[in-house]
Each structure stands twice: as C-alpha cells, then as structure tokens.
Design a protein around this ligand. Structure first.
Ligand code: AMP
Length: 477
C-alpha cells in the first residue's frame, strides 16, 4: 500500500467491469474469474473477487491484471455458490490499493460486499455526511461510500435497504452486491453504464457489464437490468424490482459504442460491432476523402474502418500491427524508449502504406498525444498523404459518469478547434463525425449521454468536488 496516499491524490472517475454469480451447482469464483477476464478491457489496474458460502464472505483483490491477481492458490480458497468480481481502471495517481474493489464490510446484518462501475456526482456530499455521522473512510472511492451507506441503511432486508439509499445516489451506478446468502444487482435510473444478466447453463444466474462476459461462461437468455431496477438472486431464484422510476430521457453512454465496450457486446439492443461499422459508414458520407487505402487504429476502430472503406469503395487494409499484450505495464520504459511513445505499442506495415494516400480511422481523439505519433509512424512508413477520420465528435468536456477521459485542461478539443488539431497532429485533413450523424448511425434519437461532446450533462455536476485540476468551480447544469 502506498505510504504517501492522500485522498486528494485520487481521481474518482473510474472505468470498470463488474460481475455477479449465483451458481448453486458450481464453484462461483471460477465463473467470476473467467467473466472478469472477459472484462479485462474495462480495467487493467486492479481486480478482485468476493465469494459467499451461506455464512461468510471471503475476498481476494490486488493490483494488476485478473490473471496476475488470481493464481490458483488465491482462487482455490474462494469457495461458495455466490461471487462478485471487479476489474478496475484508473489513471496514474489514483492507483491506490485502498481503492481496489470489491469492498467488504461487516455489518449488524452480516458481511456485505460491493463492486461498482460508474461514478457518483454527489459523492462528496455523501462522503461528508458519512464523516459527520462518525464513519471512518479508508479510500476516496465512491464505492466505499455506497458500501457504508448501504451498511447503515434502515430496512428489514438488503433489498429494502438498497431501495432506501439508491435514490440518494446521483450519477452512474451499475452495482453488484454480495451478502452471505444472496446476490443483488442494480442500475441507476438514467442507465448510464451497462448491466446485463443471463441464465447459467445448468442452474443459477450471472450478471455482468457486458454480454460477452456472460457468453464466455455459457449464459443464455441475456436481458438488460433496466434503469432503476434491482435484481435479487438466491440460488436459482431471481426476482426483479423497479425500485426507482426510470428517468426520461435516459442517458446511456454513447462512448460504450464508440470505444469502451468489446465489439461482441450488445448494448441497448445494438451489436457494438455493427454499430461501429455504421459509424464508419456515416463518417465516410460526412467526411469522404480521396485515398488509396483505409486503415484502422486497431482494435476498436477496425469495424469503423471497414464501414468507411465500404462506402467510398476504397480498399481496406491493415496499416498497424498492435502488440495486444503490452497493455499497462509496471515496468517503466527507459527515457529513450519513452520517446518512442506509441511505437512501443504499434508497428507499421509499410508494404500497405508506402506511396499511398492513407485514411487512418480512429474512434476518438482525447488528449491528442496518440494521434500525432501515429501520423508520424504512417508517414515514416512512406505514406504520401495522411487523412484522419474520427468516429465521434471532438471530446471537449470531461466525463463524470465513469469514463476517465481527463480534465478540461487535458482534453485537446477543449483548447483547439478542428483546424488547429489538424495542424497539431500533422494530418493532411481531419474529420470528426458530428453528434447528429453519430446518433443517426446508431439509429437513436435520444436516450444517450453525449455530454463529453456537447457539455450538456444529464444531471448537474459539482465540478469543484471532482478534481482540483478542473477549470471551473461550482455547479453547471
Ligand atoms: P489520446 O488522444 O492520445 O488521449 O488517445 C486517443 C486514443 O486513446 C484513441 O485511439 C482511443 O482509442 C483511446 N481512448 C479513448 N478513450 C480512452 C480512455 N478513456 N482511456 C484510454 N484510452 C482511450
């Protein structure tokens, strides 16, 4: 554990994956392990699994990838038919062991474990309230606030207690809870982040952030946990309760389609892979380019590049080979290697680029550090022109609902317009998909949160509470 930890060091925004298992005839921790493994892309900093056997809740968690945290010696003692799991992503500085989930606390009603994907925008008020009432907090994570509020809530059952506290949580909450003898799962009434459940092959149920994780462990009959809905699962028995009325319009995260979810996910009844192809097609109609080849920035942009190339009738090909294993590493590169930046992760296929006018399709430009380096690599491989096309609008506003995109100062589109970004990254031309075309590609009129593009947040955000690096103080609506 870090010695110099301070609460203000921590960035509360988190991208995460969550899992819950009720498997009366199987070892739940193994199912949780493989489902969490399938959600590794949602968080590579830390992982944890808590299990229950009818009496106790046992926990193992730590920093690193799922496969690094869980060796057989750590997984084998986690026995019982119930499990929850978590994969956590956070930016440098917030990678404190105290923030690793699940949280497990002892309560008057027995042990309680909780893991959460999303971000509360009123966490600071709630945290202060807990402190004023004499609670001690170990971390800066919203999830601890959720756990302590739930532990202290009134009610005859955990479902009653959750129904009592959940209306007080403003923001994105896709939550899984474990007690000694049941699983709960709930989603905020706006529906910011995904949460899906499915039937396990022989008996029981599983809940996860994405359908791909459920399919990995053999689930069928996949259904979305509705915004404002609570699931209570005991053995083979699943009960659903609408504990908060769904807020209209809903606020699903568009960025799940664009970048975050695995392409095999189904989100809002849309295949993410198909959605990405449609985004690429719409991008080609909005910003065509005279080119000889269309290449993706792998992996998230591959379907979009295929769609883009198809509409323009330009050949699609691979321009980069990505090292899929480098991910986040604890080994710091040397200064020399650091200068190579994205070259550590991407190498070019010059035979597909040399002498060509290249369209490079990427899903997003966030801080603007990656794109310029990729453009340099493509030029160094012999491309005569490099045109960049992006499958979402410029990201000019931070996300406060669970995707860590950086603060206002860090977002390049908050500082520069499109022509200046084009100059900055050194492209011959640059085109971003507009909000209207993006929603057209998804076939949806509303029900989505596009705040990172528009600055129009679905719920008021207390910006001053979130990070000292923010540009504004106070509340924006
Ligand atoms: P940059 O503009 O240098 O910040 O990086 C943009 C690249 O990062 C794009 O290729 C995206 O695929 C990827 N990306 C987008 N959003 C995120 C995020 N929240 N966390 C990590 N990578 C991201």
């Amino acid at each position: 554990m870090s010695d110099n930890f301070t609460l203000s060091d921590d960035r509360p925004s988190e991208e995460c994956g969550v899992v819950a298992i009720s498997a009366p005839d199987q070892v739940a921790s193994k199912l949780a392990f493989f489902a969490a493994y399938a959600l590794q892309h949602r968080g590579q900093e830390a992982a944890g699994i808590a299990v229950a056997d009818g009496r106790a809740v046992r926990l193992h968690k730590g920093q690193g990838l799922v496969s690094q945290v869980f060796k057989p010696s750590k997984l084998d003692p986690l026995v019982g038919p119930y499990a929850i799991a978590h994969t956590r992503y956070s930016t440098t500085g917030s990678n404190s062991e105290r923030n690793v989930q699940p949280y497990v606390v002892e309560t008057l009603e027995g042990p309680l474990g909780l893991a959460h994907n999303g971000n509360l925008v009123n966490a600071d008020d709630l945290r202060n309230e807990l402190l004023e009432n004499g609670a001690g907090l170990q971390s800066s994570s919203d999830s601890e606030v959720l756990a302590l509020m739930l532990a202290g809530a009134e009610g005859k059952s955990w479902e009653e207690r959750l129904a009592k506290v959940m209306p007080r949580w403003t923001g994105a909450v896709s939550l899984v809870v474990i007690t000694s003898n049941k699983i709960l799962a709930a989603r905020d009434p706006w529906g910011f982040r995904p949460l899906i459940y499915g039937k396990l092959p022989t008996a029981g149920w599983a809940v996860a952030s994405e359908t791909g994780a459920l399919e990995t462990i053999g689930c069928t009959d996949m259904t979305e946990v509705k915004p404002g809905e609570l699931l209570v699962i005991e053995g083979n028995d699943l009960r659903r309760h609408q504990i908060i009325e769904t807020k209209e319009p809903q606020a699903r995260c568009t960025f799940e389609h664009i970048y975050f979810a695995r392409p095999d996910a189904v989100w809002d009844d849309l295949s993410v892979h198909t959605a990405r192809q449609s985004l690429g097609e719409e991008l080609a109609r909005e910003h065509p380019a005279e080119a000889d080849v269309v290449i993706p920035v792998p992996d998230s942009s591959t379907p979009a590049a295929i769609g883009y190339a198809r509409v323009l009738g330009v050949p699609y090909n691979e321009g980069f080979v990505k090292n899929r294993y480098i991910g986040r590493t604890f080994i710091e590169p040397t200064d020399e290697l650091r200068k190579q930046g994205v070259a550590l992760k991407f190498n070019t296929l010059s035979e597909n680029l040399k002498g060509k006018r290249v369209v490079m399709v990427d899903d997003s430009i966030v801080r603007g550090t990656t794109s310029g380096q990729l453009v340099d690599l493509v030029r160094a491989a012999g491309a005569v022109e490099v045109h960049m096309r992006v499958t979402c609008p410029p990201i000019a506003h931070p996300c406060f609902f669970g995707v860590d995109m950086g603060s206002y100062e860090e977002l390049i589109a908050n500082k520069l317009g499109v022509p200046e970004i084009n100059d900055h990254i050194g492209t011959d031309s640059l085109g971003f998909l507009s909000v209207e075309r993006m929603m057209k590609a998804l076939g949806r009129d509303d029900g989505y949160c596009n705040a990172c593009f528009t600055g129009s947040y679905p719920v008021p955000v207390q910006l001053n509470l979130l990070t000292t690096k923010q540009r504004f103080d106070g509340v924006i609506e």
